[in-house]
Design a protein around this ligand. Structure first.
Ligand SMILES: [Zn+2]
Length: 147
């Protein structure tokens, strides 16, 4: 058998799999969940089939505490998604949670407040049962709103 005769459907990765699990859990629960290893307690994101620290396959989903700090960010001045047109420019942010995992969301506060290391609350906005936005709210703005 040469390469052109090999069956192409031997390995079919799931089109959504673990990445989709991350968003479905957020949409269903209103909280961000990340994987934690049962063997070594390592938190990890994005989700994987094995622990990135010890290669254990025994992983559970755990709700995070819901706070972190800005690791990186970028302003978008153009979008092809009409849902975001009225929000331009918006800030796409990478936050490192208290658990030490980093993930992407959108900053809700004034963009002039954005700085590396800014403390933020991590908030899930569920849109139906299959979709969720992840928002990062400046803790200083949250404090002002709550008195
Ligand atoms: Zn582990």
């Amino acid at each position: 058998m040469n390469l052109t005769e090999r069956p192409v459907d031997v390995y079919q990765p799931k089109s959504f799999g673990l990445d989709m699990d991350f968003y479905l859990r957020a949409a269903a629960s209103g909280q961000v969940h990340v994987q934690q290893c049962e063997t070594c307690a390592n938190f990890q994101h994005p989700p994987r089939f094995l622990c990135s620290a010890c290669a254990s396959k025994h992983l559970n989903w755990q709700a995070i505490q819901g706070a972190g700090t800005v690791y990186s960010w970028s302003l978008s001045h153009f979008t092809i998604d009409s849902a975001w047109t009225d929000s331009l420019p918006y800030a796409t942010v990478v936050v490192e949670s208290l658990e030490g995992v980093r993930f992407v969301g959108t900053f809700s506060g004034p963009q002039n407040d954005l700085t590396i290391g800014l403390p933020v609350n991590i908030r899930v906005e569920s849109i139906g049962k299959n979709f969720a936005y992840i928002w990062f709210d400046s803790i200083s703005e949250t404090s002002k709103e709550n008195g």
